[in-house]
Structure formats: C-alpha cells, structure tokens
Design a protein around this ligand. Sequence first.
Ligand code: SF4
Length: 107
Amino acid sequence: MAAQYRSGVPDNWFVDPVQLGVPGVRRPVVEDEETQLGWQTDALCSQTDPEAFFPEKGGSTRDAKRICSSCDVRTECLEYALQNDERFGIWGGLSERERRKLKRRAG
Ligand code: SF4
C-alpha cells in the first residue's frame, strides 16, 4: 500500500508543549551542578585566601566580607547559599548566622 493511503495522522502529530517551549508553558528547569555553580567563575574569593571565608569559631569575618562587598556575583552567591542551606562560611557577604536571620525574616 502506498504511503498516502495509510492513516492520515502523521507520525509526529503528538507535540509535547513542554518540549517545544510554547509561550506560556513552562519549560522544565534544567539545573545541573555546572549551571548552578556557573557564577563561581567570577567569584572574587577564588583568587584570595579561602581560609578567610571559613574562619574558626569566633574568628574575624571582616576580611571576607570586605572582599564580598566588591564581588560581582554576590547576589548569585548568596542565593546559592540560601537555596542549598550552606551552613559554614561566608557566602555573599553574610555569615551563617546572618543568613539564618535573613531566612527567618523572609519566612
Ligand atoms: S560574594 Fe563573597 S563568598 Fe561569594 S563569591 Fe563573592 S567573594 Fe566569594
């Protein structure tokens, strides 16, 4: 039988709106390690002493915070830390305690 006499329904009749990205339909968020941590390539702290960002208990966080204040990816860094519940160290210019406070305030 010739092809045109088969069922008129084309093989690809079923379109998945999620895959095609129809406006208004959300695409699945693909978030692997790499995209999530992409901002780290611009992290100022990677060019400095990492110890400053993970001070001993009671140690000074001043140096780390000063570096964070001129870091281009500060927002991304803080967001990442909040989302991933990073417990230790200075992230986005905030200490663990300050991040906890911020989270509580945000509800
Ligand atoms: S904000 Fe601070 S901790 Fe975050 S990447 Fe920049 S320098 Fe590092």
